[in-house]
Design a protein around this ligand. Structure first.
Ligand SMILES: [Zn+2]
Length: 151
């Protein structure tokens, strides 16, 4: 049997991780009132720390931060509108200018060629649509993960 009392570190270990304490120390504790008292004190202390209410802000942090953030500017996309209008006008004028040639080409091209072209266009559209949906889901997923991390 050890005659020396347990050190503070040993007592803390005894309370927090009793499986790490040697049998000799356990035997000493069973026979020593001083060490048992110290252990009881540490157990009270540890329980007090564990049961302490978690600190909380008495104000809404989210609202405070959101008030500080600048308002997002929603400017009208003039450049995109101008380019779109210009493109549509260009295509329309070209179609008008070459309308007789286009009509002649469409009537002379075989049905098989037209069907092939339409099929290719549809396949490309489907692939682009699938890609767009996948991209959107990935962005939503990333956004939700970021949101969860902030909370
Ligand atoms: Zn002791």
């Amino acid at each position: 049997m050890i005659t020396a009392h347990l050190t503070d570190t040993e007592i803390q270990l005894y309370v927090a991780e009793p499986e790490t304490i040697s049998d000799q120390l356990k035997t000493h504790v069973q026979n020593c009132v001083d060490c048992q008292t110290n252990i009881a004190n540490y157990q009270l202390l540890f329980n007090g720390i564990h049961n302490q209410a978690k600190p909380q802000f008495d104000f809404n942090l989210t609202n405070l931060v959101l008030e500080q953030l600048p308002e997002p500017k929603r400017a009208f996309p003039w450049a995109a509108v101008l380019i779109s209008v210009f493109s549509v006008m260009l295509i329309a004028s070209l179609a008008l200018f070459f309308s007789s040639y286009i009509e002649a080409t469409i009537t002379s091209v075989s049905t098989v060629l037209t069907a092939t072209a339409i099929t290719a266009a549809v396949v490309i559209l489907i692939f682009q649509g699938v890609e767009m949906v996948k991209n959107h889901q990935k962005q939503v997923h990333t956004l939700l993960n970021t949101k969860t991390l902030q909370l």
